[in-house]
Design a protein around this ligand. Structure first.
Ligand code: PMP
Length: 405
């Protein structure tokens, strides 16, 4: 299967940059992906040619902006196979999407109710449920992670019971790269009638967000991890669930009628979209998804898997390096620790050589405790990375190791 990585790279202007006098090797894709020119153009075009507020003005630009904005919603609907466009809610990103759900959940939970999250969750999908449970007097339970970095499915099943009202888990771990069995986990939660939210921040980026196939009630993701801009993302929710979900922010657009003492709520999706939305961001997110969806997905996956296999082989042969996360099903994320130095020092020394990785707790402190590490260094691969990038990473790691020894 041919995959023209050179042609892909050509579309990302930032990859031509030098950093610290060295060609940029960008391996921090799980934090955010770079943007192809067409996405940058979509943003510039919006502000250059049709900037206007949506749904409100009876003029040409307002109409054009509204059509672009709503068309982007249709693109997302198709991308995640949502039954209805009204189920696609624009948010500022995964964190806000999860908070919208948690904010409603805390008013629906009672003492004695249980919520399940996991030991591998990003803080965005853990602290939110902690907070909701504390406010409601409900109990938070968490699914443990095994030594390979997979969710312990037997433990998950034993946590589910008639008090379980809500279950949240990540589609893919941002630290370990583990791809979770989201469909079967959802099926199990449904056996006790619990609602399910999938944190799709890392899963959507691979085009795996088929919400009907997964069977979940909510799916949350961000544009910036799928070649789109920052500050825009999506909460998808089943219409039957969203219709009865407590409102989040109040203000313009989310209302139907207002008197001095009272208000009624708008229909979906506007009921959850108070205030002026990020129109340019939504349009550019639509463009990012359109761009990504047009690629041969099998070839993209094969490329990313080949990068991971190559990097894993090199990492295994690297003395003093321990990989954190060895799941059978994983994406192109390589978290590791090096005997010779703290991840933060490693990050600094790699940066000096033009190599961008992420270091620290990766917004997953409980997972760091689980693996008994202060943090990890994480190289995460994307569509535009090459085998040369991985070679450069290991040459730089070697240098860093010598300096730290
Ligand atoms: N969940 C996971 C698994 C993530 O990787 C991230 C981003 N690192 C988030 C949630 C939060 O996403 P955002 O910062 O875009 O809201």
């Amino acid at each position: 299967m041919s995959f023209d990585v050179v042609a892909i790279r050509e579309q990302f202007p930032i990859l031509k940059r030098q950093v610290n006098g060295k060609p940029l090797v960008y391996l921090d894709n799980a934090a955010t992906t770079q943007k192809p020119q067409c996405v940058i153009d979509a943003m510039v075009d919006y502000y250059s040619n049709c900037n206007s507020n949506v749904h409100r003005g009876a003029h040409f630009l307002a109409d054009q902006a509204t059509r672009g904005f709503e068309n982007a919603r249709d693109i997302i609907q198709q991308f995640i196979n949502a039954p209805k466009r009204e189920e696609v809610i624009w948010t500022t990103g995964t964190t806000e999407s999860i908070n919208i759900v948690a904010n409603g959940l805390r008013t629906l939970l009672s003492p004695g109710d249980e919520v399940i999250a996991t030991e591998m969750d990003h803080h965005a999908n853990l602290v939110t449920w902690q907070h909701a449970c504390k406010e409601a007097g409900a109990t938070l339970r968490t699914v443990p992670v095994n030594d390979a970095g997979e969710l312990d499915q037997a433990a998950y099943e034993s946590l589910l019971n008639e008090n379980t009202k809500f279950v949240a888990f990540p589609h893919v771990s941002n630290v370990l790269g583990t791809i979770n069995p989201v469909k079967s986990m959802t099926e199990k939660a449904k056996q006790v009638d619990a609602l399910v939210l999938v944190d799709g921040a890392q899963g959507a980026a691979h085009g795996w967000a088929d919400v009907q196939d997964i069977g979940c009630d909510f799916y949350a993701f961000s544009a910036h991890k799928i070649y789109g801009p920052m500050g825009i993302g999506v909460l998808w929710g089943k219409e039957s669930v969203l219709e009865n979900w407590p409102v989040w922010r109040t203000g313009g657009e989310m209302i139907a009628t207002v008197t001095l003492q009272d208000a009624t709520w708008n229909v979906l999706p506007y009921r959850f979209e108070a205030g002026t939305p990020n129109v340019g961001g939504a349009i550019a997110m639509g463009e990012a998804v359109r761009w990504f969806s047009a690629l041969n997905q099998d070839a993209v996956l094969a490329h990313e898997n080949a990068l991971l296999a190559y990097a894993t082989e090199k990492a295994q042969a690297f003395e003093g390096l321990t990989i954190i996360g060895n799941a059978i099903n994983k994406i192109g994320v390589l978290s590791f620790v090096l005997e010779q130095g703290h991840p933060a020092d490693l990050g600094f020394l790699l940066d000096q050589q033009g190599i961008a990785i992420r270091t620290g707790d990766l917004c997953a402190q409980p997972l760091m405790s689980r693996f008994n590490v202060p943090g990890t260094a994480r190289a995460s691969f994307s569509i535009y990375n090459t085998f040369d990038d991985i070679d450069a990473l290991f040459v730089a790691l070697n240098k860093a190791k010598t300096m730290l020894s």
